[in-house]
Unconditional design. Structure first.
Length: 260
């Protein structure tokens, strides 16, 4: 273990071996695409069963993902999300977070911050609903932008040329039977978003979920961002959607003002 954290100069005086081993596994994945249980145990100098427990815990928290076919582990969505935050999302996450907390308390539903990555959106922060039945945090995950409320809100602000570059084909990937799978239908939906000022996700990424999304204006350069409020479909009546859209719009404006 020549590169072990425990032997690094300046290591903590009272290291926690299990934590150090878990972090070493993540450092291994920094230098290679995937790793198996046997290799991880060998490089850590621990039993195979110990390596398996470490990887299982990292998988539970989505820091690694397991490929059953290859029987190996690779970077997971939580780690990807942390990397994105460190790379280019810290500024907007820091500015948006207190406003997201207030919005979540006001509407009592889960509030998500998402950024546009090509034709997808990445969830980079989340404040969960205080209700017992709620939409869980999905930090680090990505979804096709046209299947999400916030993604539609961002796309509605793009030019026709930008949209055609993102969607060169008429056919679009779908996640559920309610997803938009034709570019012409998406462009029509975006025209409605421009008129209403907010996007909706009516079971388009998950059949049991309804979302409302608004773009965050005045963000200088990248990333293009939006707020999404999501809830179980049974709670989202048309009136409730309008209420959440109004509250989300106010919140997005406040976040945007911090960039002036």
């Amino acid at each position: 273990m020549s590169d072990t954290l425990l032997r690094d100069q300046g290591a903590p005086a009272y290291p926690v071996r299990s934590v150090a081993n878990a972090l070493e596994i993540l450092l291994m994945l920094r230098d290679q695409e995937s790793i198996g249980v046997t290799e991880a145990g060998r490089r850590l100098g621990v039993a195979r069963s110990t390596a398996h427990r470490l990887l299982s815990m990292l998988e539970h928290y989505q820091f690694v993902s397991r490929d059953p076919a290859a029987r190996k582990y690779r970077f997971g969505p939580a780690l990807v999300g942390l990397g994105l935050a460190a790379a280019h999302g810290l500024d907007i996450r820091g500015r948006a977070r207190p406003h997201m907390e207030r919005l979540a308390a006001e509407v009592e539903e889960t509030v998500t911050l998402m950024i546009l990555e090509g034709a997808d959106v990445r969830f980079v922060d989340c404040v969960e609903s205080p209700r017992s039945i709620r939409v869980a945090a999905r930090i680090g995950l990505s979804r096709p932008a046209h299947c999400t409320s916030g993604g539609k809100a961002i796309l509605a602000r793009l030019s026709r040329d930008e949209l055609e570059e993102l969607y060169p084909s008429e056919s679009l990937p779908g996640l559920t039977e309610h997803s938009l799978t034709r570019r012409s239908d998406l462009f029509s939906a975006l025209a409605e978003v421009r008129g209403s000022g907010y996007g909706t996700n009516l079971g388009e990424s998950d059949t049991e979920l309804v979302g409302v999304g608004v773009a965050i204006a005045n963000v200088v350069g990248s990333p293009k961002a939006a707020l999404g409020v999501s809830a179980p479909a049974g709670r989202m009546t048309p009136e409730r959607i309008e209420e959440i859209a109004a509250a989300s719009t106010r919140t997005a404006l406040l976040i945007g003002e911090t960039f002036h």
